[in-house]
Design a protein around this ligand. Sequence first.
Ligand code: BGC
Length: 815
Amino acid sequence: MSTYGYFDDNAREYVITRPDTPLPWLNYLGQDEFFGLCTQTAGGYSFWKDAKLRRITRYRYNNNPMDNDGRFLYVKQGRSVWNPGWKPTRARLDAFECRHGLGYSRITGRKDGIEVEQLMFVPPQENLEIWKVSVRNKSRRVQKLSLFSFVEFCSFEALNDMTNYQRTYSIGEVEIEDGAIYHKTEYRERRNHYALFACTRKVDGYDTSRDAFVGVHHGLHDPQAVLAGKCTNSRAYGWNPCGAHQINLTLKPGQEETFAFILAYVDQGDLPKFDAPFVMNKAKGREILKKYSDLAAVDAAFATVKARWAGLLSTYQASSVPNAHLSRMVNTWNQVQCMATFNLSRSASGYETGIGRGMGYRDSNQDILGFVHLLPDRARQRILDIASTQLSDGTCYHQYQPLTKKGNADIGGDFNDDPLWLVLSTCAYIRETGDTTILDAPCGYADKPGSTDSLLHHIETSIAYTLNNRGPHGLPLIGHADWNDCLNLNCFSKEPNESFQTSGDVEGSKAESVMIAGLFLYAARDLVGLYKSMGRDADAARVQGYYDDMLKTVEEQAWDGAWYTRAFDAAGNPVGSKVCEEGKVFIESQAWCVLGGAGRDNGRAKKALQAVEKYLYRRDLGCALQYPPYSTYHLELGEVSSYPPGYKENAGVFSHNNTWIHIGWTMQGDGERALEYYLSICPSAKKDHDVYRSEPYVYAQMTASQFSPTPGEAKNSWLTGTGAWSFVVASQSILGVQPDFAGLRIDPCVPKKWKGFTVTRKFRGVTYTIEVKNLRGRSKGVKSLLVDGVRIEGNLIPLPTDGRTAVRVEATLGA
Ligand code: BGC
């Protein structure tokens, strides 16, 4: 139990016990097409599919106090006005609790004998969210009160909504029918969708004009209508349409009233748009309200949210794991984060405004690694969508909009690591499912409309792209950047108004990336394995040739003496080398060379990891990205040297790349270090939340490092590649259950004192119960494997050929 909350592991909830957490602590609602962000004080917003192009409610980022706008309930009790979620009024509560669960948040606040519980969730496959509200009189006297709901609508296109007031202040339109509020901005002309906000109970008033409800000179903390105890039944004409309802209640001691608010996104589809001029056809909206006016339907919908998550998580569950942090992360929260990163990539979080970044090419490919076991069909579709944003020369749109699935030219391309990640996601999908038909699936190139090249064509194009774009050392050219978006070796920017990522000329560049070389090794080895599993030996041998060649280049050109060089800049000088004054050792090249199999036979892999330990690692913080941080701006390095030392890519602890080092230690068979390093960035293991500040249940992208003035302070939680990779680390590298092309491979790497654990894994239609025993105090190496009592050589569980759907496995570690 910390100052701010605790894990309720049985309920799979994080319970926040006071509202004033060090930063807003976020949860996500929805996992299909309708999404909501929801903080412990009910802050956040909702959107359909795309946070930029279909924003339903408004949110003001970058404001003070933080986390304004949300799904607010106000209580007016006599003269007092309060919110069960504490904000926006911040009136002192007698009791507060927020339970962030899987796909739902339940906020309960009590004051002066009245308790209000607000349970928020998005039913599966529905384009709406429900707030089930219970108001209870916990006092001994009859209480009269008014409850007000409030959301602020967004005019759907979030950037325009936030910047183009000369237009947006004149376009807002609503209709009201029996207290149900229909937000229909731009509906009359080009849109065929609207938002609906309504209560299942008869309301005593409403407002749709923010100016009327909140007041031009008031704030959300003192809305005029609530202070007056009366909604004005306003109708918005332009300005800022909102949705507010008033419900008057008289409750006897012990009495409880329950009802629900529905916030829906409605697509008219083929229905006629209008009933009459200016009168929208509201049939679909009415249908939704009818369905959920029955509270049993609300409860049934919530039950499906819970059941769905229980089903998803049952694909992978580990029990008797000796470490509680690893256990709860791998079983629950890490998988929840993987769902969020899969769905939203880097688009909408407390730090990603939903208008800046859509789906990232490299990001989404990596997100699949931690998600594919949950819903392989969706991963399949995503892989094909991503591949379709690749260009026929092998380069890729770096980002695309989820709604249109079209590459976003604003951010450009030429990030030379991008193409290779497609190999990893595709191989992960095939390992999970065995479905090699995906390789033949037609998915065109973005610059060849109508093309139907196969996914395998894309994969070969990606491999060829790296091979054909190499620099003076034979290493891959970096382009605008590699995984490290901020290592801009061709940028040379002196102009503050230009982007580090899109400016600079990459034509004719000589700057090379060792990290891409390591990633290439990894991807090539993956592809060799895939070809072999398909019996395509000639292709396997061809790609193995590329691998061998690149490995030789890496070992000859990139070993710096005690670690792998990070890159060579445009002038051919090494980056991340002992000859550099700052930025001598970088994490990514150690990680990817080791992961790609470099240094395995000559001891360099271990040395590279030891360099990470010596220069970058701190047990309480994790590994900094590089050492020493850049203290001045380097024109030839770009954004990496722009951050103050110890933050972000300038030697912050960038959690994402830490996970690769964790895998590296398991490859070395060092189970003690693997776990210790794993815990160094694990949010659940963070002790002082006033220092760490971010959510304890999901990874943050970055923690300020030992080189910063605020070591240990985390930022940018939720949408980070750390989610997927940490799940790979915990489930595959440490606990050691690894999907492989021909079956499940068992290869744990654990601390010597661990006695064992059990994993239940659903894999290609079979449920495996895998008991790992470690009676001799080993870290790695399966000595015996019993599959339904039959001893198997090696550590690969073959796929059952006799229709068995449940298999018991006993794996014993030993020499
Ligand atoms: C980006 C990633 C990138 C990482 C490191 C993140 O913000 O989404 O694509 O690899 O930063 O620069």
